[in-house]
Ligand binder design. Structure first.
Ligand code: FAD
Length: 317
């Protein structure tokens, strides 16, 4: 719980970042190559995303279609163990409800516990592409709050099998997601923040936000959380824009807005290098203002590219 203690002490703004497992077939070296340039900023923790299976349909004889599950980015737990082993940095695997029943979740948590990985970001996960809305597994957790409750039970030594007595408790620190621009399914911000409060009341220790480009929205979100009685540390998530494609992709994928000032600057860019410079400058300005406001940590979404995050951190930390 070291970094959670530091978050709560709030002595100085910590630096952390998120990485994605490489596509299946690629080497773990790409992970190390992404982490190495960021070590000089003394990361408090590194998050590793979890990617659910996708379903594809293959044509078979006589017009039959075969449904095949594929995982494009496996390896979350292995990468976390490798990070701890190689760098001695806290690694935080993302754990989702989707695709797991509670028994499988418990077993995954036991694996993490045995590996000495004592931090998780507890998430629901998005609906898979072929489903219009999120469908939990039979006997699985429906909302992130249910997952938080399951982890807390394990932290109290309560396993699913009631016959297990004198069980070893786990010691997970639990992060959860927050949305400064509202989760896309929530009917309004009030309802979403009440749901967030439920996750904290259930035992989550801190909040990491969805990426955003307008600090005002983050500050308003924090105020509303505090007014609702949420006292847990709130870590802003920052992503630098790196290509013109992001202008349409990020709002669509993450349900967020880009400020007019930012898009105006991006539309004037002639090359991707120009775009990266504008994106980095924007993220630097955001980071400086957030540090000034005393946020406990800034969490950078690298999406596998650490060069720009390194440039931002050099100017900021
Ligand atoms: P929840 O907290 O369960 O909320 C989901 C929705 O349900 C919200 O609209 C909420 O208001 C509502 N709600 C919550 N509880 C209830 C209730 N009891 N009754 C009715 N409504 C309720 N996805 C991945 O697949 N892999 C990742 O690695 C990953 N990493 C992420 C990291 C961060 C920092 C963030 C912000 C998101 C990440 N996501 C990831 C995406 C996330 O899984 C999706 O945004 C998902 O749609 C919601 O997850 P959640 O944990 O916020 O869900």
């Amino acid at each position: 719980m070291d970094f959670v203690k530091k978050l709560k002490q709030g002595d100085k703004t910590l630096f952390s970042f998120e990485i994605l497992p490489p596509l299946k077939g690629k080497s773990i070296q790409s992970i190390y190559d992404g982490i190495d340039p960021l070590l000089e900023f003394d990361p408090a923790f590194v998050n590793v995303t979890y990617h659910r299976e996708e379903f594809i349909y293959k044509k078979r004889e006589k017009g039959f279609l075969e449904k095949i599950a594929i995982k494009k980015r496996p390896g979350t737990v292995g990468i976390c163990a490798a990070i701890k082993n190689k760098y001695n940095i806290e690694a935080v695997p993302h754990l989702i409800c989707g695709g797991f029943n509670k028994e499988e979740t418990e077993n995954a948590l036991i694996d993490l516990h045995f590996l000495g990985i004592n931090n998780v970001l507890a998430l629901r996960g998005d609906p898979i592409k072929t489903e219009p809305h999120f469908v939990p597994e039979d006997g699985g957790n429906r909302y992130a709050v249910d997952l938080v409750e399951q982890i807390v039970r394990l932290n109290n030594g309560i396993y699913m099998d009631p016959n297990i007595e004198n069980a070893t408790p786990t010691n997970f620190s639990i992060g959860v997601a927050g949305y400064p621009e509202k989760h896309f399914e929530a009917p309004n911000m009030d309802a979403d923040i009440k749901r967030l409060k439920q996750k904290i009341d259930a035992g989550a220790h801190y909040i990491v936000t969805q990426l955003f480009f307008d600090n005002k929205k983050f500050f308003e979100f924090c105020e509303r959380c505090r007014a609702e009685g949420i006292e847990a540390p709130i870590i802003p998530g920052i992503k630098p824009i790196e290509s013109l494609r992001h202008i349409t992709f990020l709002p669509k994928f993450f349900n967020i807005d880009l400020p007019v000032e930012l898009t105006n600057a991006l539309y004037q860019c002639k090359t991707n290098e120009d775009v990266r410079n504008v994106g980095a400058e924007w993220a630097i300005a955001q980071s400086k203002e957030l540090i000034e406001a005393g946020v406990p940590c800034i969490h950078y979404y690298t999406m596998g590219k650490s060069k720009t995050v390194s440039k931002i951190a050099k100017s900021t930390f």
